[in-house]
Design a protein around this ligand. Structure first.
Ligand code: M6R
Length: 366
C-alpha cells in the first residue's frame, strides 16, 4: 500500500510529478493556448469581475493560498487577502457581494474552513472551493469549485496536496488573466508550456534525495531552524518550517527574508541552521545580502538555488539546486527539498512520520 516506500509521506512526495500531471490533464492545452475548467468557465463573469478575492484556509492549504495571492495579483490583477479561516469567521469580517471567496482544503472537512464558507455565503459572497477529496463537505457547500485530483493523501503532513493546490490556483489565475486581458496570449501560452515542464523538473529535484539526506544528518540535532524566502517563496519558507515542526518536533520558523533584520536575526549563532530559498528570479541579490548577514553571524546556511548558481554556493554550507523555471512556478520546485529535509530528519530522530503526535489528518473540531 505504501508502494515500496517506508512511509506514506515519502510515497506522496514522490507522487508529485504524476499528481501535478493529473491536476492539469484534460484542463490545459498548451499548444492550443486553452485552459478548460468547468467550475471557472461556468462562472467566469462572477470570478473575473471580482473586486477582491478572499482566500480562507488553514495550515498548509493557507500557505498555498498565500502563494496564490502573488499569482492572482501578478497575473490577473485582482487584489487578494489570505485569511486563516479560524480568524476570519470570528471577527465580523467585511464581505461584499462582489467578493469572491476561495476556500482551499485538502480534506474538504476542516471545521474552521467550513464555518468561514457558511459565513461568506450568508453575506452574499460567491464561494469557490479548491478541494482534493471528491464529494467532501466543503466541495458540496461551495457554489463552484475545482478539484486538485492529487489522489488520496494519507500522511498527516501535507505534501502533494500543497503542490497540486498551487497548480489549480495557477490555472485559475491564468484563465482569469486571459479573460481580463491582463496577460498577453504569448505570455499565457508560455506559462502553460512552463507548467507542463514542471513534473519532469520535480523528478530532477527528487534525484537530489541523497544530498538532502546528508544535510538532514548534519542538522538533525538542531533545536531550532529558520526558513527564509521572498516573494513567491516566502510562503514556501512558512511551509518548510511547518513540515519540520509537525513531523520532527524541531522548533522552526518561516520568515520573509527581509524581515530577518527586524528581529529574528537576534537568534542567529553557530547553532542555528537557516534554510534560505534563493532562486535566481525575484530579488535574488537582496536574498544574497541576507545570506551574507547570516554568514557574518556564523549561522549555518542551506541554500535552495537555481542550477548554475554561484554567489550562494560560495557563502552557503550546503546548496540544493533546482531547475530554472518562471518565477511564479518556483514554489513547485523549491518546496520539494524542504519536504525531503523534514522527512529525513523525522526518520533519523525516530519519529512517527505519517502520524505525528497530537495531530489528525483532518481537523474537524473548531
Ligand atoms: O484538509 P485541509 O487542507 O483543510 O487541512 C488544513 C490543515 O489542517 C493541514 O494543511 C495541516 O496543516 C497539515 N497537517 C499540514 O501538513
Amino acid at each position: 500500500e505504501k508502494g515500496g516506500y517506508d512511509h506514506f509521506m515519502m510515497k506522496e512526495i514522490y507522487e508529485q510529478p504524476s499528481a501535478i500531471m493529473d491536476t492539469y490533464r484534460g484542463r490545459m492545452l498548451p499548444n492550443e493556448g486553452i485552459i478548460r475548467m468547468a467550475g471557472v468557465d461556468d462562472n467566469i463573469e462572477r470570478l473575473a469581475n471580482a473586486k477582491r478575492i478572499i482566500v480562507v484556509a488553514c495550515g498548509t492549504s493557507w500557505h498555498a493560498g498565500l502563494v496564490s495571492e502573488y499569482i492572482f495579483e501578478d497575473l490577473a490583477r485582482i487584489p487578494v487577502e489570505v485569511e486563516y479561516a479560524s480568524e476570519f469567521r470570528y471577527r465580523n469580517p467585511v464581505i461584499y457581494e462582489n467578493d469572491v471567496v476561495i476556500a482551499i482544503s485538502q480534506s474538504g472537512e476542516t471545521a474552521d474552513t467550513m464555518a468561514a464558507i457558511k459565513l461568506a455565503k450568508e453575506k452574499g459572497a460567491f464561494v469557490f472551493g479548491v478541494c482534493n477529496v471528491v464529494g467532501s463537505s466543503i466541495s458540496r457547500e461551495t457554489h463552484a469549485g475545482a478539484y486538485t485530483h492529487a489522489g488520496p493523501e494519507i500522511g498527516v503532513a501535507s505534501t502533494k496536496a500543497f503542490t497540486t493546490q498551487i497548480t489549480v490556483l495557477t490555472l485559475i489565475a491564468l484563465k482569469l488573466a486571459k479573460y481580463k486581458g491582463t496577460i498577453s496570449d504569448s505570455e499565457f501560452r508560455f506559462h502553460l508550456q512552463e507548467l507542463e515542464r514542471i513534473p519532469a523538473k520535480i523528478s530532477q529535484v527528487l534525484e537530489k534525495n541523497e544530498q538532502v539526506k546528508e544535510i538532514a544528518f548534519t542538522y538533525k540535532d538542531a533545536p531550532n531552524c529558520l526558513y527564509l524566502g521572498r516573494g513567491y517563496n516566502f510562503p514556501v519558507a512558512l511551509e518548510g518550517a511547518l513540515k519540520l515542526k509537525e513531523i520532527s518536533y524541531i522548533h522552526a520558523e518561516g520568515y520573509p527574508a527581509a524581515e530577518m533584520k527586524h528581529g529574528p536575526i537576534a537568534l542567529i549563532d553557530e547553532q542555528m541552521p537557516v534554510v534560505v530559498i534563493a532562486t535566481n528570479k525575484g530579488h535574488y541579490d537582496k536574498v544574497v545580502s541576507n545570506i551574507q548577514e547570516i554568514k557574518s553571524r556564523s549561522g549555518k546556511i542551506i541554500g535552495i538555488v537555481t542550477e548554475g548558481d554561484e554567489a550562494v554556493k560560495e557563502l552557503a554550507d550546503y546548496v540544493i539546486e533546482v531547475p530554472e523555471t518562471i518565477e511564479s512556478l518556483t514554489p513547485l520546485l523549491t518546496t520539494i527539498p524542504l519536504q525531503l529535509l523534514s522527512y529525513h530528519i523525522a526518520v533519523m530522530l525516530g519519529k512517527n512520520v505519517d502520524q505525528p503526535r497530537n495531530l489528525a489528518k483532518s481537523v474537524t473540531v473548531e
